[in-house]
Design a protein around this ligand. Structure first.
Ligand code: CP
Length: 309
């Protein structure tokens, strides 16, 4: 099939293997486009996308906006902080008002898990989840997998470690779902308090030993501690210094490995906590490739969903 099986992108769990391949194929073509002197194509001309951000973002918001512009779409941007949400307007009312202005697609980030799906159930317009609470961040997982495929080819059989605050991470959940669909072996690593007990049911290994995990993996995806989502009354680890000692990636740890590994991070990075600068900026880090590929992957998702309308 040459079209997506879904009308919305609310999570990786709803995508088929064919959907993933279609997105990667389109992203490969769009990556070529955005590296040309003229980076724009008319694919979404006369198409209007609303970017609704109810939570802070740098990479995802800019990346979607750039992807939409490269596809020649018209754009409206909404951030909750300076909107009538502050006056008590509901999510449904906010979105219905925006849709009344004839918007064709909605990109949405929201602190509450399920908010994009709630919206998708209520409106005819396609909804793309740009991160919903601790639930999913599908385009991050797609760009991560695409970046790995560009570096390493087929991901089947590859050992990928996801390290850090798994409990509060939508990136971890979407990455696990995506990597498993592509046949990779996935191990999560972090303190017991930051790894949910049910995670093994997703078909991943669990480790609390970073050095052993680094020896096992081909790729380490380092996640930040999501302080903003943690219950402040319950300390999950004694101190940031202790966390960095046990679970932080640094040049010393990398130097002790028998082979080089690929280093990933979705950003924003807390340098000196989950990763030191010498590791984040090393020759094996693909952090900025992830950001570049984010535009191509989001162009692919926008284009393929628009083709279904
Ligand atoms: N990776 C990511 O979602 O970053 P932002 O929160 O800056 O969008």
């Amino acid at each position: 099939m040459n079209h997506l099986s879904v009308n919305h992108l609310t999570g990786i769990r709803n995508l088929t293997e064919n959907d993933l391949n279609l997105i990667f194929q389109a992203a490969t073509e769009f990556k070529e486009v955005i590296n040309r002197p003229i980076k724009k194509v008319p694919s979404l001309r006369d198409f209007t996308v609303a970017n609704l951000f109810f939570e802070n973002s740098t990479r995802t918001r800019l990346s979607f906006e750039l992807a939409e512009k490269r596809l020649s779409a018209d754009i409206v941007n909404f951030t909750a902080g300076n909107s009538s949400v502050k006056k008590g307007e509901t999510l449904t009312d906010t979105v219905n008002n925006i849709l009344a202005m004839k918007v064709d697609m909605v990109v949405m980030r929201h602190p509450h898990p399920g908010a994009p799906q709630f919206l998708a159930n209520k409106i005819n317009t396609s909804v793309i989840n740009a991160g919903d609470g601790t639930h999913e961040h599908p385009t991050q997982a797609l760009l991560d997998a695409f970046s790995l495929k560009q570096r390493h080819g087929d991901l089947a059989g590859m050992n990928v470690a996801i390290v850090g605050d798994i409990r509060h991470s939508r990136v971890a959940i979407s990455n696990i779902l995506c990597l498993k669909k592509l046949g990779a072996n996935v191990r999560v690593c972090g303190p017991k308090t930051l790894i949910p007990k049910h995670i093994a049911t997703m078909g991943v290994e669990v480790s609390h030993n970073l050095d052993a995990t680094l020896q096992w993996c081909d790729v380490a995806n380092m996640l930040r501690i999501q302080m903003e989502r943690q219950d402040k009354s319950v300390p999950y680890f004694p101190s940031l210094r202790e966390y960095a000692t046990e679970f932080g990636l640094n040049k010393q740890r990398l130097g002790a490995l028998s082979k080089p590994i690929t280093i990933m991070h979705p950003g924003p990075i807390n340098r000196g906590v989950e990763i030191t600068s010498d590791a984040a900026d090393s020759e094996h880090s693909i952090v900025l490739e992830q950001v570049e590929n984010g535009v191509a992957v989001r162009m692919a998702v926008l284009y393929l969903l628009a083709m279904k309308r």
